[in-house]
Design a protein around this ligand. Sequence first.
Ligand SMILES: [Zn+2]
Ligand SMILES: [Zn+2]
Length: 377
Amino acid sequence: MKDVNEQSTPPLLVVQSTLFISTLLISVVGVPWYAMSIGFEWSAWLACVLFCGFTGISITAGYHRLWAHNTYQAHWTLRLFFALFGAAAVENSVLAWASGHRRHHRYVDDDEKDPYCAGRGLWFSHIGWMLRDWPSGEEDFSNVANLKKDRIVVWQHRYYVPITLTMNFAPALLVGYLTGDWLANLLLMGVARLVIVHHATFFINSLAHYWGRRPFDPEATARDNGFLAFFTFGEGYHNFHHRFQTDYRNGIRWYDYDPTKWLISLASWLGLASNLKKNEHFRIHEARVATQLKLTEQRLANTDAPATQTERWSALLDAEYRQFLECLDEWKALRAKIASTSKDMRRGARRHLRSIERDLKAQLRRLSALYMEMAPT
Ligand SMILES: [Zn+2]
Ligand SMILES: [Zn+2]
C-alpha cells in the first residue's frame, strides 16, 4: 500500500471550503469594517458572547463528552438543547461527529485511520482533513450503534441541514429584529461567532496534539495545555482525555479550568444528568507515576552524574516503584472484593482499604520527592 503522503491528493470539497473561507473573510474584513464605520451596540456583543457559549458548550458537553464518549447520561431536554445549539456550530451531525471522533481515539496517530491525525501536520489536523475527500475521513457509522437508539440524535441527523440553517439565522435575525440592527447581529452573532467556535474546536485536534505536557501518556501526541483549555471550555487537558476518555472531566484538579465538567456537575445537581463517570484517583496516579518513572529514567541515562550514583538512584527508584505497584494491586483486589461481598464483610474491608490508601498516599509523596531530587524539571 502507498504511504498516505504519496497518495494522490483528493479534490477539494467545494461546500466546506466555501463555508470556511467565506466566514473567515467576513470575520476579518466585514466585522472590523462595520465596527469602524457604524459600530456595534453592546447588545450585539452580549448576544455574540452568549451564543458562543451555548454553541461551544453544546459541542464539548454534548457532542463530545455525552455522545462521543458516553461519560454521563442526560435528560432529553438537555440533549435537545445540545442537538440544536450543536447544529449551530456547523460541525456536522452528532452521529457523524461522534463516529469520526471515536475513530480518532481508537486509531490516534495512525495516518491511514485517524481522520484528523496530528502526524500529518498542523494544517491537516486543524482544518485540512475537512477540505478534501480523504479516505481517512470516510463516514462509517458502524461504531455509533448506541447513538442510533437516541431519537434526538437520529432526528438531528435526518434534518441536519434545515436545523443548522434555522439555528444559525433565526437567533441572529430575532435579536437583530428586537434591537433594530439585523446586520450587526448577523455579522457578530452569526458569522464571527461561528468562526470562533470552529477554530476553538479545531485547536483541540491540532494544537492540543502538539503543544503542552504529557503527564499521563508520554507516547501519545495528545497534550495537556491549560492555556488551550481556557479557549475551549476545558478541552485542553487532552493528554488526560486520551488516556481516560470515559471520564466526564478533562481537567481533574478542582482548580483546572474546565467549564464543561462544571456544567455537567451542575446538570447532575439539577437532576438533568446522571451516572457521571469518573476514574479512580489511584488509577489516575498509576498512569502519572509510570510516566514520571519513564521520564526520570531517560534523564538519569543522560545525566553527567557518576555511574555509581545513577545506579544507586535507579535501584532506589525501582524499589519504591515496585512497592507502590504491590500496594496498588492490593488496593485493586480489595476494591473488587468490597464490590462482591456482603454488607457486614464490607465494613471490615473498608477499614483495611482506608489504611492501604494512606500507605498509597505516603508512597506517592515519596516517589514524587525522589523524582524531583533525581531529575528536577
Ligand atoms: Zn474525545
Ligand atoms: Zn485528540
